[in-house]
Write a protein of this length. Structure first.
Length: 275
């Protein structure tokens, strides 16, 4: 599933392709793709301001319009969702689930092979009842180190399970939890309340470094992820532990261990992350 760096990269590469485009029509090719109370055709006639990210969600913002209740479109890519802009008249592919047509030509396709992705039309009123949105935790690239450390005060759960909890902190998934914990020298199953503020501050620093490095590399392409330009990411070439269980640690040579934490396969170095 695309995590913070991948969704951030998609937003950055999509923005120049859709900014100032006016939606001339919409096509919903899979009814399950749209969630929430508002129909997709409410986007018709609206001008796009650009794309941005919140957690793992991609948001398309619309220009304000008198009397219009809709402010944008949220896209949850889940496992296989992709966004591409094609020339006008391009026919949908076998995995195309929704299309936005533009007045000046061009079509934005939402493709999703496994049909887990979701679109949601946003409005101030409907957002009040969107539990997922309202529960999202702070952004790891925006929160201060002290604020980050406070998120884990008094929490007995494993530090990795809390990093994956989108209500604690938004945007982090399996890849960047494993990679940041390795760089911080913290075992993924360590109880959060047993970590000192100093170690949590280091974790925040390492997490930010990993996320920013991945954004610089256009994210990690494991299977399906591509930017809005169709390019693959390159950060997978820098993985220290993720997906490397049973291989030697690149820092000390110790065999990397693997176990499930919070229901996810987790890889760590028993020497570098001994506690």
């Amino acid at each position: 599933m695309p995590e913070l760096p991948e969704v951030e990269t998609i937003a950055r590469t999509l923005t120049p392709l859709i900014t100032n485009q006016v939606v001339s029509g919409v096509s919903l090719l899979n009814e399950r793709t749209l969630e929430g109370p508002l129909p997709l055709d409410l986007l018709t006639g609206r001008r796009i301001l650009g794309a941005r990210r919140r957690g793992k969600l991609l948001l398309i913002d619309l220009e304000e319009q008198d009397g219009a209740e809709v402010r944008g479109l949220a896209i949850h890519l889940r496992m296989t969702g992709r966004l591409f802009v094609f020339p006008a008249g391009t026919p949908p592919g076998p995995h195309t689930r929704a299309i936005l047509d533009f007045m000046e030509g061009g079509r934005l396709f939402f493709d999703d092979a496994r049909k887990f992705g979701r679109l949601r039309v946003l409005s101030p009123e409907s957002d009040k009842n969107w539990a997922f949105w309202n529960a999202l935790g702070p952004e790891p690239l925006l929160i201060s180190g002290k604020g980050f450390a406070r998120l884990f005060t008094g929490r007995k759960a494993a530090i990795k399970s809390l990093l994956l909890d989108q209500s604690v902190i938004a945007g982090i998934g399996n890849i960047y939890a494993d990679e940041s914990l390795f760089r911080a020298g913290i075992a993924p199953f360590a109880p959060a309340d047993q970590l000192s503020e100093k170690r949590l501050l280091r974790l925040h620093k390492c997490l930010k470094e990993v996320l920013l490095a991945s954004i610089e590399a256009c994210g990690s392409s494991i299977r399906d992820y591509r930017t809005a330009r169709g390019d693959a990411g390159a950060f997978q070439n820098s993985f220290q532990v993720y997906g490397r269980g049973g291989q030697p640690c690149l820092a000390c040579g110790t065999t990397l261990q693997s176990r499930r934490v919070a229901g996810r396969t987790t890889v760590w170095c028993p020497r570098c992350q001994g506690r």
